[in-house]
Ligand binder design. Sequence first.
Ligand code: SAM
Length: 190
Amino acid sequence: ESADLRGAVALAHHFLRNVVKPGDRVVDATCGNGNDTLFLAKLVGEHGRVWAFDIQPSAIEKTSALLAAHQCASQVELIAGGHEGLSALVKEPLSAAVFNLGFLPGGDKGCITHGATTIAALAQAAALLTTGGIVTVAAYPGHSGGDDESQAVEQWASGLPPHIFNVWRHRQLNRSAVAPYLILVERRPS
Ligand code: SAM
């Protein structure tokens, strides 16, 4: 089956499929409609664990219903709160953390992720990565506020020490300059 790498989220899944194994611990920093949470829950399986955050109660409800419909609720801890509180709740080494920034499709477009809290959560997630573990960030420079946030993420990622992290920016060359793109951080094998 072809991967169809049609955008930042599809490309993130492509990397996650290679890294996340049954029994792993992972984070979905922005669960939204629950699609990434379900994808991660299937990868880690019933013996793994997914911590999934969102500040919108409707997102937590949608994700909860989606997981239940796919018999994947038992391995997921849903957290109705900001991902900037990640390190207070998650203490275990992570093989992946997924950030899908911006606003919830079909939801409140005024409720967006913001640079300061996103960077706080990214730093906490990166500190918990196992060697070979990855942080994926789908960045959306096209909406108001999204450009500043994307710049903030790039600045944070640019400053990560290269002997510890491999850091990539993946952009589509045949799309708009403000199309969503992927920033990938890998903790290097020691
Ligand atoms: N991954 C989701 C999916 O597959 O449907 C889409 C996520 S959507 C692009 C971004 C989400 O981030 C929104 O649902 C929004 O409520 C949430 N959000 C905004 N600020 C947040 C924060 N500080 N902590 C956690 N979630 C936040």
